[in-house]
Design a protein around this ligand. Structure first.
Ligand SMILES: [Zn+2]
Length: 285
């Protein structure tokens, strides 16, 4: 499948600010960048027919059903609904979670109250993380994830991102990949360890984007998104900083397929890694 590097993005870098810190007025200057993203996607589509690979509809297996049943009794109705909807929004995510549940790598999804979260042991300053075979969300993150319009400009056919799908897809990647193990010894091992951690993190971002895109296609009545819908999906995503940086940085640019999919390959993982290195820590592990 064809892919395009966004080589021209840096031409706009003097005029755009794509970081999370951007103020409302600064965000308006994203418009030229959005236009460029759309332009490149349109060029792509004119060159080849769109092939959107859509996984067959799936149902929860017994193990995942048990996990969701337990969540229902332990979380509020709204929290349960938000996670259950997100799981079912993307056949790709559904499939990933079914496999994790069947293999025993995922045994529960937990929502912590703010009080419980402040006392919970966690692997870092995160609001969603894994511990053993559990996925943990804080209630405050879940509520933030429901805000899915970050971009000021509204278009009538916008498909808004499901940020909860994104985070579930991200954590699912980590659970499947397993913990990066540090080898004892010299500094070169430490460097290898950090590189392996960053690589897994980047690939978790890529799976998360692809799951959120897959959910958006479902929401679009199974129709592939148009270039401007793909651009707006990215611009409205809670975790857009990683992707927009990876489009703009001078080297190691990310490549999108014309259907918006980001292939999980070394080059794209490097692009996201470079973007993450210059970003503040995100709220997800
Ligand atoms: Zn992560």
């Amino acid at each position: 499948m064809r892919a395009w590097t966004f080589n021209a993005i840096e031409l706009l870098s003097a005029h755009t600010d794509i970081y999370r810190e951007g103020s409302r007025s600064v965000r308006r200057s994203w418009i030229p960048m959005r236009a460029l993203v759309i332009h490149l996607l349109v060029v792509g589509i004119s060159l080849a027919a769109v092939q959107q690979a859509i996984a067959a509809s799936v149902a929860p297996n017994r193990e995942l059903e048990t996990i969701l049943g337990k969540l229902r009794t332990n979380a509020s109705n709204d929290q349960y609904r938000q996670i259950d909807d997100a799981v079912k929004s993307s056949p790709n995510l559904f499939d990933q979670l079914n496999r994790l549940a069947a293999s025993g790598k995922l045994t529960e999804i937990v929502v912590l109250t703010s009080a419980a979260a402040s006392n919970a042991p966690k692997p870092g300053p995160f609001s969603a993380w894994m511990t053993g075979t559990s996925m943990v969300f804080t209630e405050s993150l879940l509520s933030q994830l429901t805000k899915n319009r970050e971009y000021d400009v509204v278009y009538p056919d916008d498909i808004l991102p499901n940020n909860t799908t994104f985070v579930l897809g991200h954590l699912a990647f980590h659970l499947n990949a397993g913990k990066v193990i540090a080898k004892p010894g010299d500094v070169s091992h430490l460097n290898d360890y950090i590189a392996a951690m960053l690589d897994q993190e980047a690939r978790a971002y890529i799976q998360a984007w692809n799951d959120a895109l897959n959910a958006a296609v479902q929401q679009n009545n199974d129709k592939p998104l148009t270039p401007h819908q793909i651009a707006d999906l990215m611009f409205n995503l809670h975790y857009r900083f990683a992707f927009l940086k990876a489009l703009r940085q001078p080297t190691d640019k990310i490549q999108l397929e014309q259907n918006g999919v980001i292939e999980e390959n070394e080059s794209n993982a490097n692009a996201i890694t470079t973007a993450l290195k210059s970003s503040s820590l995100a709220d997800i592990q």
